[in-house]
Design a protein around this ligand. Structure first.
Ligand SMILES: [Zn+2]
Length: 296
């Protein structure tokens, strides 16, 4: 699948269906908390091909790479920083092996996990260079687009979008942040609003903006705010409800049917790219597929 048709579809035609969670699928297949999910790219790429195949079969048109934490800061925690390029190459190849040209491969770029200076210690120039390295590696490996996701610090999200633009100039960039509903409206834990995100991520060069890793209840309202403050296509990937602890494990309780029931409102609000985040599985994506197609 090439880039032109992706941008075209973002703007018109039926909304694009993305995939669901990767962490959830990896944990259900033996990954433990504390393990670097990115190590799977090197050690068990076949598992990633299997998960990508399940999402493709469920009807996803965009499948994400297992590179959420493949930035130098996070990889360094696991002694893997010098293997960033190898990890990104294996992640893209393992998804492509399942999807061929039947889905767009989206290179995931998550936050560094460190606070940027002056609030924290991470030099923005260092963070930017790390995002550029990750974006370049994903592009070189053949990703069709990049998704900067689960951001809470707008300054960090801007850095990632700008770095991706420069390091992977041919690839569309979808940039989404993680918002929560508060009494004063929707905000990330770092205090960014959808309005600020709409304006600043567009200025940074994003091709689509929106929200991921939040409660599905909030998503239609967030889509409306993004649409009120910009004209870029809006993407959302809600979690399968609010997580609760069941016998020591984090469980997202929302059923595929409950998630799919929100699709008409999301489409009405103008969402152009819809998928799932934490707790969502191929069953959720299959239900979203039916709902988008009007068969739910
Ligand atoms: Zn999530």
């Amino acid at each position: 699948m090439s880039v032109g048709p992706f941008l075209e579809r973002l703007r018109r035609g039926p909304a694009i269906l993305g995939d669901g969670a990767w962490g959830t699928m990896l944990f259900s297949r033996g990954l433990s908390t504390g393990d670097a999910p990115e190590r799977v790219c090197l050690e068990r790429p076949g598992l990633l091909t299997e998960i990508a195949g399940l999402y493709l079969a469920a009807g996803a048109e965009v499948v994400t790479t297992n590179t959420f934490g493949a930035n130098p800061e996070r990889l360094a925690l696991h002694g893997l920083a010098d293997r960033l390029e190898e990890i990104c190459a294996a992640a893209v190849a393992s998804v492509r092996k399942a999807t061929g040209d039947r889905a767009w491969v989206s290179g995931s770029i998550g936050p560094t996990g460190s606070l940027l200076a002056p609030l924290g210690r991470l030099d923005p120039a260092v963070a930017s260079a790390g995002f550029a390295r990750q974006a370049a590696a994903l592009a070189a490996a053949g990703a069709d687009l990049l998704c900067v996701e689960t951001m809470t610090d707008l300054a960090e999200a801007e850095l990632a979008v700008r770095a991706a633009r420069v390091a992977a100039p041919g690839l569309p960039v979808v940039a989404t942040m993680s918002f929560e509903a508060t009494r004063r409206g929707f905000f990330t834990v770092m205090g960014a609003s959808p309005k600020q995100a709409a304006v600043r991520l567009a200025a940074a060069g994003a091709d689509a903006v929106g929200a991921n890793c939040g409660d599905g209840e909030t998503m239609a309202g967030i889509v409306r705010e993004f649409r009120a403050h910009g004209d870029l296509p809006v993407a959302v990937r809600p979690n399968a409800g609010l997580p609760t602890f069941v016998e020591g494990a984090l469980v997202h309780p929302e059923t595929p049917e409950a998630m799919a029931a929100r699709v008409p409102e999301l489409l009405e609000a103008g969402v152009r790219l819809l998928g799932g985040c934490c707790g969502t599985t191929p069953d959720h994506i299959r239900a979203l597929r039916l709902a988008i197609d009007g068969r739910g």
